[in-house]
Design a protein around this ligand. Structure first.
Ligand SMILES: [Zn+2]
Length: 260
């Protein structure tokens, strides 16, 4: 789930077959029972997923967003430990996974207590409602919970030009490995700017009918596109749609249309 906040603007998103091919088992570190993944996609499959996930969100407060939302600077992420199960080291590994797989994020862990672009708060489920209220106020928390019945959540504050100013993510640590891993990988995608869900997309972690719990080839490709200089903050959907095929092909993220 997610909330996106612009200057006078808040967006929220809640959670819980084509020609793609190249099936692979889940990677080491995935939870028991995690789904396998497809690893080869066409330009059309990546374009469709990107347009569905980079625009829109569950709940918005403030002005309508103009287009793409993402950071326009190296991203510093701060993990704020908490909860009854210590997941700090696991969370750190997830951040390192994103940083190495998607270099365009320029993602690194902030020193303890240093200002950060993304704050990841590890909490127990019983404190989730109170944490949301403390962060966003009683009314926003109530509206979000009523609308989405969330388990984890992210709020994204962006400028009206589409530059993300800061993100805050709440991850539940005391409901087992699967919930933690699924939340952590899913919510970070929101925090970086993929703020929507797509319940019809069988490849993304941002399909709320799936639990994935690792960074799939598909989602890492979408993030790589989002952080390409040719897809700047504020880019409209129409311009993104026109630009995406050349960007995806140039980055060699798709398999060629023939010979698959
Ligand atoms: Zn979500």
């Amino acid at each position: 789930m997610i909330a996106v906040i612009a200057l006078a603007m808040l967006l929220f998103v809640a959670d819980h077959a084509g020609a793609a091919s190249g099936r692979q088992p889940p990677p080491p570190g995935a939870f028991k029972g995690a789904p396998s993944q497809l690893t080869r996609f066409t330009t059309a499959e990546l374009t469709r997923g990107f347009l569905a996930l980079a625009f829109g969100s569950d709940l918005r407060i403030g002005a309508a967003p103009v287009g793409i939302r993402r950071f326009d600077r190296p991203i510093q992420l701060q993990i704020i430990p908490g909860g009854s199960v210590d997941r700090t080291a696991a969370m750190r590994r997830i951040v390192e996974d994103y940083a190495s797989r998607v270099p365009g994020l320029q993602l690194s862990l902030a020193a303890e207590g240093a200002p950060a672009d993304i704050e990841v708060r590890l909490i127990d489920e019983k404190n989730f409602r109170a944490a949301l209220q403390a962060a966003f106020g009683v009314n926003v928390a109530k509206a979000f919970i009523a609308r989405t019945d969330p388990q984890c959540m992210t709020s994204v504050k962006s400028s009206v030009e589409g530059v993300i100013l800061s993100s805050v993510t709440f991850i539940i640590v005391d409901k087992g490995d699967a919930v933690f891993l699924d939340c952590a990988y899913h919510e970070l995608l929101h925090a970086f700017g993929l703020s929507n869900h797509d319940q019809k997309n069988p490849w993304t972690t941002l399909n709320q009918n799936r639990m994935v719990g690792y960074l799939t080839v598909y989602d890492s490709a979408l993030l790589t596109v989002l952080y390409d200089p040719r897809i700047p903050p504020g880019m409209t959907r129409a311009r993104a749609r026109a630009a995406l095929p050349a960007v995806i092909e140039d980055l060699k993220l798709a398999v060629p249309a023939r010979g698959r």
